[in-house]
Design a protein around this ligand. Structure first.
Ligand code: VGL
Ligand code: ZN
Length: 207
């Protein structure tokens, strides 16, 4: 079965030292690099926002991590992060990004956020990734990266929705857990949607 690797948002702003650091976010980079070396069809995603993006607390004059209840559905407001063209939006320097075949940028429209690599948060605006993978004959995607409880989850659920088999690389994801339990909840949701969990060494042993 043709498989593609999706590496979600391993960017400076989501790693220790970044403005929206996922605890130990950089710890998954060695696993991501070994997967990138093994899978010839691979996609890196990059959160890539304009200034004053609708997901920025500063744009709404509200505190970071609060809920924007004026949005439908209400969405979490973040510190300004991954502004297009800035160092924070760059891939982490340890990520061997040159090994990847494709880069998909998301959240590029000011009025629309995007967690998933497949659709913007309205659930209908495609990024183009689904068509790209389908046209290459891909039936299964392996998902790793940041953050388990946001972009990894959204990517995995959308991949199921459009009909891909999904493997979550469980030792190559890290989450935020802003509310303790969020990571566990995300894993349950992914399992319930039919995602399978596997470890990097198990996947590499099968190639
Ligand atoms: C993400 C919050 C805001 C992520 C992106 O990559 O999980 N989280 N934007
Ligand atoms: Zn973002």
């Amino acid at each position: 079965m043709e498989s593609a690797l999706i590496v979600v948002d391993i960017q400076n702003d989501f790693c220790p030292g970044g403005v929206l650091a996922v605890p130990d976010g950089d710890a998954i980079i060695p696993a991501a690099n070994s997967l990138l070396a093994a899978y010839p069809i691979s996609v890196l995603t990059q959160d890539w926002h304009p200034l004053n993006h609708c997901s920025f607390a500063s744009a709404k004059s509200l505190p970071p991590f609060s809920l924007d209840t004026s949005a439908e559905p209400p969405n979490v407001l973040w510190p300004d992060h991954c502004v297009a063209g800035t160092k924070g939006a760059d891939f982490h320097p340890a990520l061997q990004s040159w090994k990847a075949r494709f880069i998909i940028r998301k959240g590029t429209r000011k009025e629309l956020d995007s967690y998933s690599a497949f659709f913007e948060n309205d659930g209908v605006t495609p990024t183009g990734l689904s068509g790209l993978l389908s046209s290459l004959g891909i039936q299964r995607v392996l998902v790793c990266g940041l953050a388990t409880d946001y972009c990894v989850k959204a990517t995995a659920l959308d991949a199921r929705r459009v009909g891909f088999k999904v493997v979550i690389v469980e030792d190559a994801i890290k989450g935020i857990d802003a509310n303790p339990g969020d990571i566990d909840k995300a894993k349950t949701q992914m399992r319930d949607a039919g995602c399978v969990f596997a470890k990097t060494h198990e996947l590499l042993a099968k190639i």
